[in-house]
Design a protein around this ligand. Structure first.
Ligand code: G3P
Length: 216
């Protein structure tokens, strides 16, 4: 399973990219708001840093407006992906942009039927939101499993991005349930790295090594 970072904070992207683990980036209007940067400059800068798909979201609106905005954003870099919300107008816009070879990430997916529609409209990526389902006492991971089963059974090529990830086990379970990609917040990348037994092990190895060097 590939790993994207779910943030619009450039420093966070740069830091995690140095780990060598990033395959792409996803942003959304709320994340861009937090960055306080100019949207287009930010997307260009991110796309220079990460040589993989960078999702830039268009505001929900008419098909015509979303297509216009999607075409404009796709000019920012050859690996920008247009993120389009799951609405009727969004499906129409996805079909048009896909026919123009502009890749689309269909977002705000909360059911297998929405994922199927997104894939049939031509979306390259579908983004089911796990955490927001968990928040309302519904198992978000079941959604990943169902979409993955449907796509495999019917040879559907759209890639599943497990989004709205809240903790490391979401990442692990998304991988086990067939997600192609998990888009992971900065904080969760740090949590994935940490383990108290690694810290304890390092401490005792360092202690023993220093004693060895001193001939103790
Ligand atoms: O980028 C979309 C998604 O990952 C948002 O996550 O935490 O706002 O539900 P969250």
């Amino acid at each position: 399973m590939k790993l994207f970072i779910d943030t619009a904070i450039y420093d966070e992207i740069q830091e995690i990219n140095q780990w060598g683990v990033l395959d792409g980036v996803t942003t959304n209007p709320s994340l861009v708001k937090k960055s306080k940067e100019n949207f287009e400059d930010l997307i260009k800068k991110i796309a220079q840093e990460v040589q993989g798909p960078v999702s830039a979201e268009v505001p929900s609106g008419s098909c015509e407006d979303m297509v216009k905005e999607g075409r404009r954003l796709s000019q920012l870099s050859d690996h920008v992906v247009i993120k389009i919300p799951m609405t009727e107008e969004g499906l129409k816009a996805t079909a048009i942009l896909t026919r123009e070879n502009i890749p689309v990430n269909m977002t705000l997916i909360f059911s297998p039927s929405q994922a199927l529609l997104a894939a049939r409209a031509g979306a390259t990526y579908v983004s089911p939101f796990i955490g927001r389902l968990d928040d309302i006492s519904t198992n978000g991971m079941d959604l990943i499993a169902s979409i993955s089963k449907i796509f495999k059974l019917h040879g559907i090529g759209a890639e599943i991005i497990a989004a709205s990830i809240r903790h490391p086990m979401h990442v692990v379970e998304a991988a086990l349930n067939g997600a192609d990609i998990a888009t992971v917040p900065y904080k969760v990348f740090k949590q994935m790295l940490n383990h108290p037994l690694t810290d304890q092990g390092l401490e005792s190895f360092n202690k023993d090594w220093n004693m060895y060097l001193k001939g103790e």
